[in-house]
Design a protein around this ligand. Sequence first.
Ligand SMILES: *Cc1c(COP(=O)(O)O)cnc(C)c1O
Length: 361
Amino acid sequence: METYEVGLVPGPVSVPSELRAAYQINYGSSDLEEEFFKLYQRCESHLGRILATQNRVVIHSGEGMIALWGALKSALRPGDRVLAVANGVFGYGIGDMARQLGMEVEVVGFGYDNVPDPQQVRESAGRFRPRLVTAVHCETPSGTLTPLKEIGEICQEFDALFYVDFVSSGGGVEVRVDDWHIDLGLLGSQKVLSLPPDLAMVTVSERGWSAIEEVGYVGYDALAPWRTGVRDRHLPYTHNWHAIAGLNLATELILQEGLATVFQRHTDVAADCRSQLQAMSVELFPVREDICSPTVTAAKVPDGWSWAELDQALRARGMVVGGSYGPLADKVFRIGHMGSQARRDLVGRGMEILEEVLKRD
Ligand SMILES: *Cc1c(COP(=O)(O)O)cnc(C)c1O
């Protein structure tokens, strides 16, 4: 297939050669070897440090969506009340998923280019009394980052479980699972961690485990077997040792660089990206710059261009970015600067190419 010199898709991101190398070993059976379980536990401990949590971290073999579906099905029964805090494609989408599973869903929506207003969330939670509240940290399709602390406090106030999708922020932006009272925290391997789309992770609090036991959901994506599975050396399926080896290295590299340094690198690259876009009169999509995510920048497709034309013109010069989804399709394009792509030189080169392309006429 065609590979691009300037790859800035907001996930899956490009996998660096050192992480690809971790896949090139002929591992034994993950069911049989003690070494595999030790490696898994090392990953769990690294993730705990990256996500500021003492909670257990379940590492599923599967793409990020398995975490989103599995956590909903494991913690809720049909008929349970879910308050979906929605300010983007994933936020509304998670509400739809819960509805499809038979839950009673109320959406507290804030459009697509803004962050939630905690006061409105509190009002909805007080009236609706949900068993679980969902939120999305980084809305990847619109490039916003939602502050979670206050929503976490609201969940505590109304004794609701807090389900958070931090798939495209975890590892690149500060996420404080314990301080923010996140009961089910969701992460995927193909965003900041810069691995193939092989793994989906869920942090589970004690309250989360109690709900999971009570519900008793069984299935490939069920969380229940993971409560004791690693301790008892008995997992629900043969795990992906290659991916776990990649995850061990990816998380080790983040911790070696230092969390504060990694977060700052993302913040700096994002600020660079936004100021360069603004300098060429490309409008940012979120309503305010202070709600833009450090991991992805969303901008409006410039006047006189369709997304398809822009995409084609960039590809012709060796650059690939993301379009968007749902109501943002064709209107918004996105520059993914997370993980391996959070590099000033790479984004700078991308901005040069974009500038050349926009000067076409
Ligand atoms: C990438 C991503 C997921 C996983 O979804 P895919 O589209 O299957 O990659 C879930 N939530 C968010 C916010 C994401 O960015």
